[in-house]
Design a protein around this ligand. Structure first.
Ligand code: TRP
Length: 443
C-alpha cells in the first residue's frame, strides 16, 4: 500500500522532525556533563570529528534505507535483505520501547522541575538541599510515576495524530521555540562574570587529556545524540519525499544536533565556572547544579522555568521518534490502526518504565548484575543494542543493499554524488570496526 503511506508535507518538516528526534536529553542534560568530565575542549574536537564522519554516514545509511523501501525497520530490511536481515529491524523495534520507558521517566522529571520552578520552590535553596530534593523526588514511590504518566500521555497525544498532523506539526512549532530559548539562555550564561573561564575550558583543547575512554565516551555520545542505531531515522526516512536530497537533509540534521549540543555546553559550562562548581559534577549537573546557579542570577526563576520547559520540549520530540518506530511496525506489518498501535505501545512503555522509576527508590534493592532496572535498561540499550544496530545498518547498506541504495544519498531520481565512494568506505569498514571497538571497550 505505498500510495496510502503518509509522508512529511515538506522538506523542512522532515528536517525538523529528525532534528527533534536527535535533539534531546542527550544534548542538553548529558553532553555538558560528559564534555565537562572528559576534558572539555579535547573531547569537543573528537566529538565533532566523529559526528561528521561516522555519525553522518550512519545517519545517511538509515535515511536511505527507509526512503528506498518506504517501510518501518522490519519491512525495510525484509524488502532488501530477506527474512534473516529483518532481525536487524526487529532489534530496533524492541530497542525503541526499551529506551522510551526510562527516557519517559526522565522526561517526567523535567515536567516536575518545570512545575517546581514556576512555583518558586527552587529559589533560595542551597546546593545540598537541592541535591536532597532531587534524590528525594526520584526515589519517591508515587510522584515520579505520575509525571512519567503525564510525559507518556503527551508523547502518545502527538504520535496518535500521525506523521504530517502530529509529528511534523508539533516539531515545526516546538523546534524553533527550542532554538529561541537556547539562544536566550546562552546569552544569559555568557554574560555572567567569570563566564570566560568556562568558555575557555570548553573550547581550548588539551590533548594530554585524551585517553581511550575519551574516545569511547565521544563515540557513544555521538550515536545516542544523533538517534542512530535503532531505526528511528529509517522510519522517518520512509516519510521523506523522493525529490528531496537525503544527503543534504542528513547534513542539516547533524549540524542542528551538534549546534544544540554546543549551545547547551555554552549555557551550562560558563554558568558552572562563574559560580565555581565542578564541571565534572555528573548527571546531577542539570537537575541539581543548574537550579542552584540560576537561583543566584537576576531573574533566575524566569530562566529556570525557561530551561526546564526547554528540556521537556527537547525530550518530547525525541520520545515521539522512539514511539513512532513500533507504531510504524504495527501499522505497516500488521495493519493495526495508528490509534490502537499508539495507545497499546505507549501504555506498554509506561508499564515497563514503572520498575525503572521504582528502581531508583523503593525497589533499589532489586538488582540484576548489580544494576537496577533503570540502569540495566540504559546500559543494555546504549552499550549493546544501539551499537549493534549501528554496525548492522552500516554493513547492510555498504555491502548487501549497496546496488540499490548507492544513488539514494542525493535526490532519489538524481545522479550519485561524487562523495558516494567515501560514504561506502565508511559504511563497509570504518564504521563497523570503530563501533565494534567502542562496544568492546564499553563492555
Ligand atoms: N537522540 C535523543 C537524545 O539525544 C534520544 C533518542 C531519540 C534516541 N531517539 C533515539 C537515541 C533513537 C537513540 C536512538 O536525547
Amino acid at each position: 500500500m505505498p500510495s496510502s503511506r503518509e509522508s512529511f508535507a515538506s522538506r523542512l518538516g522532515f528536517v525538523l522532525a529528525a532534528a527533534g528526534s536527535a535533539v534531546g536529553l542527550g544534548n542538553i542534560w548529558k553532553f555538558p556533563y560528559v564534555a565537562g568530565s572528559s576534558g572539555g575542549g579535547a573531547f569537543l574536537i573528537l566529538y565533532l570529528v566523529i559526528v561528521f564522519t561516522l555519525g553522518l554516514s550512519v545517519m545517511l545509511a538509515e535515511i536511505a534505507l527507509g526512503r528506498a523501501t518506504r517501510a518501518n525497520p522490519v519491512g525495510a530490511y525484509n524488502a532488501l535483505g530477506g527474512r534473516r536481515w529483518s532481525i536487524a529491524g526487529w532489534l530496533g523495534v524492541i530497542t525503541g520501547p526499551m529506551i522510551l520507558s526510562f527516557y519517559s521517566v526522565v522526561g517526567g522529571w523535567t515536567i516536575h522541575y518545570a512545575v517546581q520552578s514556576v512555583l518558586g520552590r527552587l529559589d533560595d535553596v542551597d546546593g545540598q538541599a537541592l541535591g536532597q530534593a532531587f534524590e528525594g523526588f526520584i526515589s519517591d514511590p508515587v510522584a515520579p510515576l505520575a509525571y512519567h504518566a503525564a510525559f507518556m500521555a503527551l508523547t502518545i497525544g502527538v504520535v496518535i495524530g500521525g506523521v504530517a498532523k502530529g509529528i511534523e506539526r508539533w516539531s515545526k512549532l516546538l523546534m524553533p521555540a527550542l532554538f529561541v530559548m537556547l539562544i536566550v539562555l546562552a546569552g544569559r550564561a555568557l554574560t555572567l562574570d567569570g563566564a570566560a573561564e568556562g568558555v575557555a575550558f570548553f573550547l581550548t583543547p588539551d590533548f594530554s587529556k585524551v585517553t581511550g575512554d575519551t574516545v569511547l565516551a565521544a563515540l557513544g555520545q555521538a550515536f545516542f545524540s544523533l538517534s542512530l542505531g535503532m531505526g528511528a531515522l529509517i522510519t522517518y526516512g520512509s516519510y521523506l519525499a523522493r525529490r528531496e536530497n537525503a544527503g543534504r537533509a542528513a547534513l542539516t540534521v547533524t549540524a542542528l544536533d551538534t549546534t544544540v549540543a554546543l549551545l547547551a555546553g555554552l549555557i551550562v559550562l560558563p554558568a558552572v565556572f562563574a559560580f565555581g562548581v565542578d564541571p565534572a559534577a555528573g548527571p546531577g549537573l542539570v537537575f541539581v547544579t543548574l537550579p542552584g546557579i540560576l537561583d543566584r542570577m537576576p531573574a533566575g526563576q524566569a530562566f529556570a522555568v525557561l530551561f526546564f520547559v526547554l528540556l521537556g520540549v527537547a525530550a518530547l520530540t525525541s520520545a515521539i521518534s522512539l514511539l513512532e518506530v513500533p507504531v510504524a511496525y504495527l501499522t505497516d506489518e500488521h495493519g493495526w490502526h495508528r490509534r490502537r498501535a499508539t495507545l497499546a505501545t505507549g501504555l506498554f512503555c509506561f508499564v515497563i518504565g514503572v520498575p525503572a522509576s521504582l528502581s531508583l527508590g523503593a525497589w533499589s534493592g532489586l538488582t540484576v548484575f548489580g544494576l537496577g532496572a533503570f540502569d540495566l535498561m540504559d546500559y543494555l540499550t546504549s552499550k549493546v543494542m544501539l551499537p549493534a544496530g549501528g554496525i548492522l545498518v552500516a554493513l547492510f547498506v555498504g555491502w548487501k543493499a549497496w546496488p540499490i541504495l548507492s544513488h539514494e544519498i542525493g535526490r532519489e531520481d538524481g545522479p550519485a554524488p561524487t562523495w558516494g565512494r567515501a560514504w561506502r568506505l565508511m559504511l563497509c569498514v570504518v564504521a563497523p570496526v570503530a563501533i565494534a571497538w567502542v562496544m568492546w571497550g564499553g563492555l
